[in-house]
Design a binder for this molecule. Structure first.
Ligand code: ATP
Ligand code: AMO
Length: 434
């Protein structure tokens, strides 16, 4: 075991200093064992009461579970120890004591409810199966970044305090900005488009989005992380290709680099990298497919949104990641371009996991006049968006992109029941701290 500050390898014959949390104390009478734990694993420390310094033995035995101890000693081979080696101590120091009453049990012997876990994330993350989720999250986001870079996209960061919303006016969190009305950003949508029109051409961002959704569901957060892509000279089909490639790259990296974490989560055997092309169903085909199952009470018709139930029925029928393309123009936002030959159909698409929607995207309306008309159709005042629309007068190329919920990608990948398991400190209707 390495203590981060007092690093040493636990090789037999070596003198080491290790530091970590007291995972367990086993007092067998004349002999006692401390199991110390840190990021790299666990190690046994042997305490022999009659043979070792009494004060040192007492320090070890008196330390409550989850206290941080620093132990100096010699590493000895010991077949009966859990890792085959143990530390025979020469000095034990309490670095940080822990109260005897713990709000949750990091050894996992006693189960805790999700709210208790979220209230005590530090202790919760001392459990290997919880740590594994966040190690995988980091690997996944790293792989997503690499995949974008291999697609020639430049990482950007856009403002989170903004003057206007884009994804529907009721879902905005208002804030006061030096006395002026402002909002937490719902999506980098307009900014990433402005950058697609710059010499950066292809951009991506991984950052927070804020939605004042009333929903209190296992797949909505009020602060989520969005993986956004926008590419100049791309159409919606190329944007779908990028979404598919980025998703597969994420799965591949996790399969390759997180074998231990998948094992810890008990999903190593069933974890599968999506293979083959994701089917692309048109919205009409999706409706037909749902209707054909006969599993919904109502018959879905053109213009209907796909309810959660319809999404489930469809997900079960398709059984893998898939796209829904060519949505009716009226259900997609102003920035989505309609098909030139069939204006009632848009280039908007969603990428679905059988359990839920992961991605929304489309080709954008890049023609100034049509963009302004789109605002008016949606009941929005184009004047308020002038900072955005004016750039469409100075050579805005055709472009397309999408946004993917990072937590949804992770929760579907790891088959987590609740999206709150996929974020360290979730924000929802009931939760503003920690
Ligand atoms: P030792 O000669 O190493 O002190 P022991 O067999 O005389 O060991 P006790 O002091 O009675 O043992 O130890 C109680 C229990 O602890 C026994 O079941 C023994 O197998 C176990 N034990 C002893 N030493 C270790 C060790 N270093 N690691 C794991 N288990 C041990
Ligand atoms: P949309 O609103 O569909 O599209 O969001 C894109 C993706 O972000 C995730 N997501 C959420 N995840 C958790 N909790 C939420 N409250 C939440 N809201 C959204 C979903 C969703 O598919 N501007 C467009 C994207 C684009 O066209 O580029 C947009 O924001 O996975």
């Amino acid at each position: 075991m390495h203590g981060r500050t007092y690093t040493a390898d636990a090789t037999p014959g070596e003198a080491v200093t290790v530091a970590g949390w007291v995972h367990e104390t086993r007092d067998l009478g004349g002999i006692a064992f401390l199991i110390l734990r840190d990021k790299t694993g666990k190690i046994q420390v042997k305490l022999e009461k009659d043979e070792m310094d009494e004060a040192m033995v007492d320090t070890g035995l008196d330390a409550h579970r989850e206290s941080v101890l620093k132990v100096e000693g010699d590493v000895k081979e010991e077949p009966r120890a859990p890792t085959g080696v143990e530390v025979v101590p020469t000095d034990i120091e309490v670095v940080a004591p822990a109260d005897p009453e713990l709000p949750l049990d990091p050894s996992g012997k006693v189960d805790a409810e999700l709210p208790t876990r979220l209230d005590n994330r530090t202790l919760d993350l001392r459990k290997p199966e919880v740590q594994a989720v966040f190690e995988i999250r980091a690997e996944l986001l790293g792989a997503v970044r690499d995949a974008f870079r291999s697609h020639d996209a430049t990482e950007i960061n856009t403002p989170k305090i903004v003057a206007t919303g884009t994804e529907g006016g009721t879902e905005l969190f208002p804030i006061s900005y030096f006395g002026e009305e402002a909002f937490m950003n719902q999506s980098p949508q307009l900014f990433k488009q402005l950058m697609a029109g710059s010499n950066l051409e292809r951009v991506f961002e991984i950052g927070p989005i804020f939605r004042a959704e009333e929903h209190n569901t296992p797949r909505h957060l009020n602060e989520a992380h969005s993986i956004d892509f926008e590419g100049a000279f791309c159409d919606h089909t190329e944007a779908m290709d990028v979404a598919e490639a980025v998703t597969k790259a994420g799965y591949e990296a996790v399969a390759e680099n997180c074998a231990d974490e998948l094992e810890t989560l008990g999903i190593a055997d069933e974890f599968a990298v999506p293979s083959g092309e994701f089917p692309r169903l048109s919205y009409q085909e999706a409706l037909d497919r749902v209707n054909a199952t006969g599993e919904l009470d109502e018959h879905l018709a053109w213009g209907d949104d796909l309810s959660t139930e319809a999404e489930h029925v469809l997900g079960e029928a398709v059984g893998e990641h898939y796209f829904i393309t060519d949505w009716p123009s009226e259900v997609k936002p102003f920035y989505i371009k309609d098909h030139d030959d069939e204006p009632e159909k848009s280039t908007g698409f969603d990428m679905m996991h059988p359990r839920m929607e992961l991605v929304s995207g489309g080709q954008r309306e890049h023609r100034h006049e049509q963009l302004i008309a789109g605002f008016e159709q949606q009941g929005l005042d184009p004047e308020e968006f002038e900072y955005y629309t004016k750039m469409f007068k100075y050579g805005m190329p055709p472009h397309a992109g999408w946004g993917m919920g990072a937590e949804r990608l992770l929760m579907t990948m790891l088959d987590l029941d609740n999206i709150r398991e996929a974020v360290l400190f979730p924000r929802d209707r009931q939760r503003l701290s920690p």
